[in-house]
Design a binder for this molecule. Structure first.
Ligand code: AMP
Length: 212
């Protein structure tokens, strides 16, 4: 099954994507995580993306479309995949269609801006593997290090309040129109993201079960 998770930054799509990924045995592809790794290791793509990502703007379509094209060609995507953070513009959604990539379901996790801003200050991230936690709503086992690889968790540069505001504006202007695109294709399902993580997960599974 090929699934897209949509939602504002901090809506919890990364957390839900990881859960479904583990449950269904299919990879999660997060363009944000790929970009952060490239920035950290200083690759040419990372250098090109750095200023955009750190200011809350979108990285140009041609760069992220190239990333996705390469990643989807890998063997582990053959039995299905979850996209977290891609597409983020209608141009990117159209590019997926042009590549002939079949999308079965688009799940939009809905959270109001004021709730997002509140949540972001508690978000913590593993810089090594990209896993995302929250000090209150989704803490790691010891609250300090990543459950998967033991790296000490940190606050992402782009989770600072002024950058979050910018990212929300970018989301409403450039990403939200994608909902109409997938609604017209009969693929969009929305889920309330303002309930507990487990309740969001239950709603996500019921949407996934509904398309079998
Ligand atoms: P995320 O972790 O998904 O919030 O992504 C972090 C940052 O990476 C975003 O604020 C963008 O600057 C960049 N980024 C990630 N995915 C995309 C995308 N599909 N299109 C453009 N920029 C992206």
């Amino acid at each position: 099954m090929n699934i897209i998770f949509l939602g504002a930054p901090g809506a919890g799509k990364g957390t839900q994507a990881e859960k479904v990924s583990a449950h269904c045995g299919i990879p999660t592809i997060s363009t944000g995580a790929i970009i952060r790794t490239a920035i950290k290791t200083g690759t040419p793509m990372g250098l090109a993306a750095k200023a955009y990502a750190e200011s809350g703007a979108l990285v140009p379509d041609e760069i992220v479309i190239g990333i996705i094209k390469e990643r989807l060609a890998e063997d582990d995507c053959k039995k299905g995949f979850i996209l977290d953070g891609f597409p983020r513009t209608v141009v990117q959604a159209e590019a997926l269609d042009r590549m002939g990539v079949r999308i079965d379901l688009v799940i939009s996790i809905e959270v109001r801006d004021e709730v997002i801003v509140d949540r972001m200050s508690g978000r913590r991230c593993c810089e090594k593997c990209g896993a995302s936690y929250h000090v209150k709503f989704n803490p790691s086992k010891d609250g300090v290090t990543c459950d998967k690889d033991g790296t000490v968790l940190s606050l992402r540069k782009d989770d600072k309040p002024e950058v979050v505001k910018e990212r929300l504006e970018t989301y409403h202007k450039q990403t939200e129109p994608i909902k109409a695109y997938y609604e017209a294709a009969g693929k969009l399902q929305t889920v309330d993201g303002e309930v507990s993580v487990d309740d969001v997960t239950a709603a996500v599974y019921s949407v996934i079960d509904g398309i079998h």
